[in-house]
Design a protein around this ligand. Structure first.
Ligand SMILES: Nc1nc2c(ncn2[C@@H]2O[C@H](COP(=O)(O)OP(=O)(O)OP(=O)(O)O)[C@@H](O)[C@H]2O)c(=O)[nH]1
Ligand SMILES: [Mg+2]
Length: 198
């Protein structure tokens, strides 16, 4: 499934601008700079199909990639990026909320959290809100190359505890674009959800 040629399709600023919902879709959500675009590149084995940057706020639109004729990957703009004016941020938040709630072909949401940081209030709100709306989502703990194995395990346990308090039981996958830890597991997860929704 991941060997098919990926192709950039379009950038959308709101649900109405998304391409026809003709294929299952996987999206990448989370705070700015956690590594959402890098994760897309790692999964597709491409250096720079999704644009990355060490400056937060790189991805500003919903970028669609079509993988062969199988599914879409959607790179979402990160939240919590203070440099975007408040009005703009609110408009953005609204577009993304609409997208997450109403995009009928959405098969899986991968919520990316930097493994080094405690989930923020916004992350926790996101977990809760996804669960309340019965959306299929998993948590990816990115940049696992940056800390020790012990610390990765602690971080995973912490996220699991937070989710458990909300009665949520979902996969939590440590991942690194450098070591490629987690890449096979995330691919398996995506395949499972995409094939399930066909
Ligand atoms: N060491 C390490 N660095 C990473 C990893 N993933 C991403 N990065 C770096 O983190 C920075 C941000 O990565 P992006 O993929 O652009 O982050 P993003 O979540 O798409 O950010 P926005 O588009 O601003 O929301 C870049 O400098 C990446 O090289 C990782 O697993 N390990
Ligand atoms: Mg990005």
């Amino acid at each position: 499934m991941f060997n098919a040629q990926p192709k950039f399709i379009t950038s959308a600023t709101k649900l109405e601008e998304c391409p026809p919902a003709s294929l299952p879709e996987v999206c990448f959500a989370g705070r700015s700079n956690v590594g959402k675009s890098s994760l897309i590149n790692a999964l597709l084995n491409k250096k720079n199909i999704a644009r990355t940057s060490n400056v937060p706020g790189k991805t500003q639109q919903m970028n669609y990639y079509k993988i062969g004729n199988e599914f879409f990957m959607v790179d979402l703009p990160g939240y919590g990026y203070a440099k975007v004016p408040k009005k703009e941020r609110e408009r953005w938040g609204k577009s993304i909320r609409n997208y997450l709630l109403d995009r009928e072909s959405l098969s899986l949401i991968l919520h990316v959290v930097d493994v080094r940081h405690e989930p923020s209030q916004l992350d926790e709100d996101f977990f809760y809100w996804m669960a309340m709306n019965e959306k299929p989502f998993s948590v990816v703990l990115s940049k696992s190359d940056k800390i020790s194995r012990n610390k990765v395990n602690q971080s995973k346990a912490r996220v699991r505890r937070i989710l458990k308090e909300m009665n949520i039981e979902i996969p939590i996958l440590p991942y690194s674009s450098d070591s490629r830890e987690g890449v096979p597991e995330i691919k398996d997860l995506i395949s499972e959800f995409v094939n399930h929704s066909k």
